[in-house]
Design a protein around this ligand. Structure first.
Ligand SMILES: [Zn+2]
Length: 317
């Protein structure tokens, strides 16, 4: 019981750590996105590229934190997109705010008044509330929408304002929403989420989450192969086991069926997988050594199978 409780607490810890890592990664990518946008900005293309970068980062994070649920990875993808866009908009806001404060200081200097940076900043805050009814980030956002934003290539390095101002008011808000929507769309596509899922959980025991062990059980001579496969297909694993000759008893001649059991050796309560391969001799091209079949064996059937193996008495006792 304590094992499952520990692993549940572990899962929560890993999930919280991953969410935090996603937000931090998104913020860093958004910051880089902002710096790049200072030089050149290509509408629609830039947000998509950034979102793709975010999903690449999510793949690395998934490999690190190994989330099990697809829904959780989807949530992480959306959070990554939100974090990227919030970071970009924060960069733009801080930059514009700095420019506006400098403008206030320059205006004051023109009237022979000296304002410190924080005095000018406080004055600007007052103007924002007076003009837009909002302070800080939202105030600047309303101001930007009112003055219009450019959707063609622009560089804020040239005078600090977009060269073209085509979208004003509701159109500006619509454009921002479309950009955010595009990023969230790229981050939540089923294919992107599948790619970001870690591959490891397939090899973990569903009961105790230990790593599964793969081991060879032995081989079945070609003459017995058909009978052996028939027994496996009827799920008579005890009878089938009697056909498997342990490698300890010497080589079985090619062609033969090789068997491999993937199972949990820790708790023994999860289902096991028995894989059966045709093995020809070393000279046979690899593509002819094909997999014949795969069987899921219930925990109750595993012990009879292992006890029935030829030579099992000497191995298991
Ligand atoms: Zn187990």
């Amino acid at each position: 019981m304590s094992v499952t409780q520990d692993s549940a607490g572990d899962t929560v810890m890993r999930s919280v750590s991953m969410l935090c890592a996603v937000v931090v990664c998104g913020a860093v990518i958004g910051g880089v996105f902002y710096l790049a946008s200072q030089l050149i900005y290509i509408p629609l293309v830039f947000p998509v590229l950034t979102a793709l970068l975010g999903m690449l980062a999510l793949q690395s994070l998934s490999a690190m934190f190994k989330p099990r649920q697809r829904r959780f990875v989807l949530l992480c993808g959306l959070l990554m997109g939100l974090s990227i866009y919030a970071s970009l908009q924060t960069g733009i806001y801080l930059h514009l705010r700095q420019l506006l404060v400098q403008r206030v200081m320059a205006l004051a200097a023109g009237q022979n008044r000296t304002l410190t940076y924080s005095q000018a900043d406080a004055y600007l805050e007052g103007v924002l509330i007076q003009q837009t009814g909002q302070s800080g980030f939202l105030g600047v956002l309303v101001l930007r929408a009112r003055s219009g934003i450019g959707i063609t290539l622009y560089s804020t390095q040239l005078g600090g304002m977009p060269i073209q101002t085509n979208l004003q008011g509701i159109l500006a808000y619509g454009y921002w929403l479309a950009e955010l929507g595009l990023i969230l769309f790229v981050c939540s596509r089923p294919k992107a989420v599948s790619r970001a899922m870690p591959r490891a959980p397939k090899n973990l025991c569903p009961v105790c989450h230990s790593k599964l062990t793969r081991e060879s059980l032995g081989s079945v001579p070609e003459v017995k192969a058909e009978q052996f496969l028939t027994l496996l297909n009827t799920h008579d694993f005890r009878a089938a086991g009697r056909f498997i000759v342990s490698h300890d008893l010497g080589e079985v001649r090619y062609p033969r069926l090789d068997t491999e059991l993937e199972h949990c050796t820790k708790c023994g309560q999860g289902p096991s997988t028995l894989r059966v391969f045709w093995e020809r001799d070393q000279k046979t091209p690899v593509d002819l050594r094909t997999q014949a079949a795969e069987y899921v064996i219930a925990p109750d059937d595993k012990t009879p199978l292992l006890k029935a193996l030829v030579g099992a008495q000497s191995n298991i006792g």
